[in-house]
Ligand binder design. Structure first.
Ligand code: ZN
Length: 148
């Protein structure tokens, strides 16, 4: 797959903006600027589009984004710099069925292994990480840096 086409990236952004306007498939928690999506890796946009479609097909609630870009002064502690670098987003899984969440994480981790960020702890590429942090259960989605 070619993720780098500028036109395709713009198309995904437009699609996501329309989805938000409709508030049907996707929305952000309070204080999260949707325009920050313009600063993230195109790879994240592809994964996000796929995930929105997947949740819709499963009949699950709309995707709720809880974090996009975080600067280094953020009150929320991060294990990596992926949010600072525009390579990660967080989504809330509050109210999700646990088995369904595990299923989605497993599917996406195998499907996007080649663009997933490599975990510092064990050197394994992992697109999605299940967390239960201070701000509720969520999935951290992270991609690898684009090769120059
Ligand atoms: Zn995160």
């Amino acid at each position: 797959m070619n993720f780098t086409g500028r036109a395709r990236y713009q198309m995904f952004l437009t699609l996501i903006k329309v989805s938000i306007m409709l508030s049907t498939f996707f929305y952000c928690s309070e204080g999260i600027a949707i325009t920050d999506l313009q600063r993230v890796s195109p790879r994240l946009i592809v994964v996000l589009g796929d995930l929105i479609e997947n949740l819709h097909r499963r009949g699950m609630p709309p995707l709720k984004m809880t974090s996009i870009i975080r600067d280094k002064n953020s009150k929320i502690k991060s294990a990596s710099r992926t949010h600072q670098e525009g390579r990660a987003i967080d989504i809330s899984i509050m109210g999700w069925d646990v088995e369904e969440a595990d299923d989605i994480v497993h599917d996406f981790n195998s499907k996007y292994e080649d663009i997933a960020a490599i975990s510092a702890s064990d050197g394994v590429p992992r697109l999605m990480l299940l967390h239960n942090s201070g701000y509720g259960p969520h999935i951290h989605i992270q991609v690898r840096r684009m090769e120059k």
